[in-house]
Design a protein around this ligand. Sequence first.
Ligand code: SF4
Length: 360
Amino acid sequence: MFAIPRRHPSRQVQVASLLVGGGAPIVVQSMNSRPALDIEGNLQELEELKKAGCELSRLAIPTKESLKAFEEIVSRSPLPIVADIHFDYRLALAALERGAAALRLNPGNIRNQEGLAEVAKMAKRKQVPIRVGVNAGSLDKRIIAEEGGVNAKSMLRSAREALGFFEALDFDDLCISMKASHGPLLIAANALIAEACHYPIHLGLTEAGTKEKGAVRSAAALAPLLYAGIGDTIRISLTADPVEEVHVAYDILQALGLRDHGARLVSCPGCGRTEVDIRPMAARVEDYIRTIREPLTIAVMGCPVNGPGEAREADYGLAGGRNEYLLFAKGKILHKVKEEEAFGALVQLIEEGLEDESEE
Ligand code: SF4
């Protein structure tokens, strides 16, 4: 009844060794937050992104002075890097020469068609895909006027013109993104492009906001599309450490049954039956399990009455009693533990379980 959605069929592109579209797992990407000239800072950020599960990152190249640093970052990066180019096609050519795994170009910002044709020619020679990144905030004025404003139709028109431009040059190693900061516009525009083309679709709500609000807004806007099978790669744009973007992306995909990415927490809200301080415990456990890549379910429940039963699908869990917790595994109570020792006991139980699994 609630089957995992059939994915919108798209052709597959290859970004370095990473497959995007064509039924490949939905790729989680982010964007470096530091200036390109900060080589060591960017490399450290990339290591942290990779550790969190990020598969692809984008780096802005605003000036030609950034190019040498970009080259060094690419050569030492643990992740493939997408070069983000605005305004100047010559920066795109230089980024291709310096090892970009993909290009992201905004058709509203690069108007030199001869220059773009040169970019397509070089990208084809180097087998580097180009993402056409349409953004509701930077549509061509002509298109806005002709389509009656900034709307899903004007975004579709912008995408079609840009994709058509590359197709006319016999270049089809393309991805498309239709980004907006307004959820309904994002959903409508992506539904239209999914019907209109077979290129892999990159999803993201732009200017989503800070860590918590941005996560909620992104989840609300992306979930209807993902559940309709639309989207081959996602980025959650947060005003926060980019590592948070990766955690939120996986949380959304995991909640929809689209990707497994390690352990997940189930926890109850607590109520009049709760006699332990459940909120800090749930937060502490959630923080701890971020490092676990096995698909475990860990429960933190407020009471023994409903706790182990309601969380019976959990591999390991805690259920609160009076200033103590019951430690349980797969619905079975193991033993009591003092409240202040419960976190350590749960961690020990999980780690012993993981060790046993790795020995089997
Ligand atoms: S599991 Fe227990 S403490 Fe948690 S909400 Fe349900 S009844 Fe309340």
